[in-house]
Write a protein that binds this ligand. Structure first.
Ligand code: HEC
Ligand code: HEC
Length: 299
């Protein structure tokens, strides 16, 4: 078929439909854009605690801190060094109860917002000063996280293990299939956080560090718009059941603890581009599908 014929055909068959297609595409684009804009940053008077929870373990990643900050002034000893010693989670823990001799922040939800600010800007202790790095919004977010996200897990874990009465693993499996399977695959092996020789799967995190897994499940991933307890409307019990199920997934390591210790968020690539690409692909697919449908209808 030559070009002119094709053009004629397109004009005759599709021209009336083109307006419709453009309209549908526009609506879809606007919908997708507004959803991602809302998810990207929810600013409000009291901060976004989910964002705050992500800053808690990776604020340097968000602010793209590339300079070498050296060892945090409150960090003694040489067990860790560099930017890791600046992350809240390193000192206050995945269960917020404090690592080694560092104090917990479980009871800090009783502080007022002004008092929490005093802790973050060095007024309480000049060595505990993050004001050079944090934006006002980030301080609000992390304050909100301390007020409503930080939870006392002492009844939920015993000796680091999830206490059984808190989890329904069959229900957890269902949640895994709905929320995680698309990226991590049915057995959790699709994303390998280790190397080919020393693989590290989602099951390793669940088994070796259920408290970290709980934080990720409740508050979502860095820069990837996966669900969180607030967007999914989950109670703690939902999250716990999902964590319980991830403990059962196949692991890459027989003893993953050592490797998991070395796992560093900085090594994870910036996924913004991938997410944008995915959105563009979705739009292209939708346009193609609407074309096909309209064409079928047209005879
Ligand atoms: C290098 C370890 C370290 C890091 C990193 C760290 N803290 Fe702390 N944090 C401490 C220590 C030690 C104290 C107690 C200091 C004191 O008593 O003067 C403390 C105290 C606090 C308190 C007050 C606890 C209370 O209720 O009395 C809060 C809240 C807090 N930190 C939040 C954070 C947040 C949020 C971050 C990340 C932005 C963070 N910390 C990073 C070590 C750390
Ligand atoms: C949209 C795809 C996607 C979905 C859905 C998803 N993940 Fe992930 N997950 C990733 C990617 C990509 C990474 C790589 C780490 C990164 O860059 O943050 C990751 C990393 C992780 C990590 C390692 C810690 C971290 O933050 O890097 C854990 C644990 C994890 N996912 C658990 C889960 C669980 C549990 C679910 C379901 C609640 C889930 N993921 C849903 C894509 C996804």
């Amino acid at each position: 078929m030559d070009v002119i014929l094709t053009m004629k055909l397109i004009r005759r068959k599709f021209l009336p439909k083109i307006k419709q297609i453009v309209f549908v595409t526009l609506v879809i684009c606007i919908a997708i854009l507004s959803i991602s804009a809302v998810n990207f940053y929810q600013e409000g008077d009291s901060g976004d605690y989910v964002k705050g929870a992500q800053l808690y373990y990776s604020w340097d990643h968000f602010f793209e801190v590339n300079e070498d900050l050296g060892k945090h002034p409150l960090w003694e000893g040489n067990s860790k060094s560099g930017i890791e010693t600046w992350r809240c989670v390193t000192c206050h823990g995945w269960d917020y109860a404090g690592v080694d001799d560092f104090p917990g922040i479980v009871k800090s939800s009783n502080l007022t917002e002004a008092e929490i600010l005093e802790w973050l800007n060095g007024n309480q202790n000049e060595l505990h000063d993050f004001s050079n790095y944090f934006t006002v919004t980030a301080i609000e977010d992390i304050t909100e996280f301390i007020k409503v996200g930080v939870t006392d897990y002492s009844e939920i874990f015993s000796e680091g293990e999830l206490a059984n009465e808190n989890v329904d693993r069959t229900y957890g499996e269902e949640l895994y299939k709905n929320e995680c399977l698309s990226c991590h695959s049915v057995d959790g092996s699709k994303i390998n956080f280790g190397t080919a020789a020393n693989p590290l799967f989602v099951g390793d995190f669940g088994f070796d560090n259920p408290k970290m897994m709980l934080h990720i499940v409740r508050f979502g991933h860095l820069e990837i718009n996966t669900g969180s307890e607030s967007s999914l409307g989950w109670e703690l019990r939902d999250s716990l059941s999902l964590v319980g199920y991830t403990e059962l997934l196949p692991r890459g390591q027989r003893d993953g603890a050592a490797l998991l210790d070395d796992f560093d968020y900085d090594d994870q690539g910036d996924t913004t581009d991938i997410v944008n690409l995915a959105i563009v692909l979705v739009i292209i697919v939708l346009i193609t599908v609407s074309f096909v449908i309209l064409r079928e209808r047209g005879g």
